[in-house]
Write a protein that binds this ligand. Structure first.
Ligand SMILES: [Zn+2]
Length: 401
């Protein structure tokens, strides 16, 4: 994280001091109004003098924030906390500021001091617990973050932020079963089904099981992922891997072959998997059939090129040329295929084809006219000029090569 950035709710963002300032400004506006008008509730009524004192401190801290001086704002708010240790909002704001500066231990200390209060309203306790969980996460205390966020969900089963954060943590540490449970919970809370995401989580769980050698469970996981999302390429590729690991190359190829149908633009992933592997003699016919079939169904020229390279490496010249031509039919400007096709034709010395290919290629190469640019401001011109029309400097225009 660079100096110009701070962590705000976990994401490094530029100019966030300004954002924090707005957040604090809202908090403080609410706080001041609440302090002024409320005569009952959780806060003891303030004397006018105390109110004036606090108000001055808040104004100073907002000024510091607007001037991008987070350190000074922290100092001002710390003073406010000393003035009135009952001001929970000040503590919360201060905790957010420490978090935004990456000072997680201090943020954590503040959250803990809020939670320790005896007369804390339940809503504020839940918020402080959630803040604490987020701070633990960013401070690298993952198991404590999990415990704390689970406590938030115990207190408030509908806390979406806690559920989402917990889900992210479980994904990061590879706890796929728990990540799946949380994801289902999030979907209930938001009312939005995300079958693709569920399928990814299940496929990742399957890969983990496979790495542990638990093949039947892994297979069940991949099939589950595919039942949730028929177009899960993650699931199809992994299921194919599993078949191949079990020595069933035909099932593997059949499974990978489905990628072309469900996601033609991701077909290159299946082709890459097959073309990039060493195959035995008895498998080569099936592999070739797979590559040509999948490439024919795919919608990207790379699939054809990858198939062509596999064929070329095995001396199948006619098939290579056919695959390259198919790729070029799909994307006539695809230069990598022009290059490899041209190389083969040159090697074969077929002058007619070389000449027609060269002519075709010329039509596709961009022609270029003289063009100029200001070396001071970067302004582009089609005609030479002694004076830059943009920055109005003299003698700064140069020819672009
Ligand atoms: Zn200029």
């Amino acid at each position: 994280m660079s100096d110009g950035q701070v962590l705000l709710f976990g994401a490094p963002v530029d100019l966030s001091a300004l954002i924090v300032a707005l957040v604090i400004a809202c908090l403080v506006a609410g706080y001041l109004l609440g302090a002024y008008f409320s005569t009952r509730g959780m806060r003891p009524a303030r004397t006018p003098k105390r109110f004036k004192e606090d108000g001055a401190v808040f104004l100073k801290s907002i000024n510091s924030l607007l001037a991008n001086d987070t350190d000074k704002a922290i100092a001002e708010l710390t003073r406010a906390v000393n003035l009135d240790p009952e001001t929970v909002e000040t503590y919360i704001a201060l905790g957010h500021l420490f978090r935004s500066k990456g000072q997680f231990d201090r943020a954590i200390g503040i959250r803990q001091s809020i939670i320790a209060r005896s007369n804390l309203p339940p809503a504020l306790k839940v918020q402080a617990l959630f803040d604490l969980g987020v701070d633990y996460r960013h401070g690298g205390f993952i198991s404590r973050a999990v415990e704390t966020l689970e406590e938030v969900l115990k207190e408030d089963a509908k806390h979406l932020g806690a559920a989402q954060t917990l889900g992210q943590i479980f994904e990061e540490i590879g706890e796929w079963e728990k990540a799946l449970d949380i994801q289902k919970r999030v979907e209930k809370l938001t009312g939005q089904a995300q079958p693709e995401r569920l399928a990814h989580l299940k496929a990742e769980q399957g890969k983990q099981l496979m790495a542990e050698g638990r093949m039947p469970e892994a297979k069940a996981a991949f099939k589950k992922a595919l039942s949730w999302d028929k177009g899960s390429v993650n699931g199809l590729l992994s299921l194919g891997d599993l078949f191949l690991a079990q020595g069933d190359y035909k099932q593997a190829l059949n499974t990978w072959r489905k990628v072309a149908a469900v996601a033609p633009k991701l077909c290159f992933l299946a082709i890459e998997r097959v073309a990039g592997r060493e195959w035995g003699a008895k498998e080569s016919a099936a592999v070739e059939g797979f590559l040509l079939g999948a490439a024919a169904e795919s919608k990207d020229p790379w699939s054809h090129l990858l198939a062509a390279r596999y064929l070329a490496a095995r001396g199948k010249e006619e098939e290579t040329i056919a695959a390259l031509r198919q790729g070029l039919k799909l994307a006539p400007d695809f230069l990598p295929a022009h290059r490899e096709l041209g190389q083969i034709l040159l090697d074969r010395g077929q002058m007619d084809e070389i000449l027609s290919g060269y002519k075709d290629l010329l039509d596709r190469l961009p022609g270029k006219d003289l063009a100029f640019q200001c070396r001071q401001c970067g302004f582009y011109l089609e005609d030479y000029s002694w004076k830059c029309p943009s920055c109005r400097r003299w003698g700064t225009i140069e020819l672009i090569d």
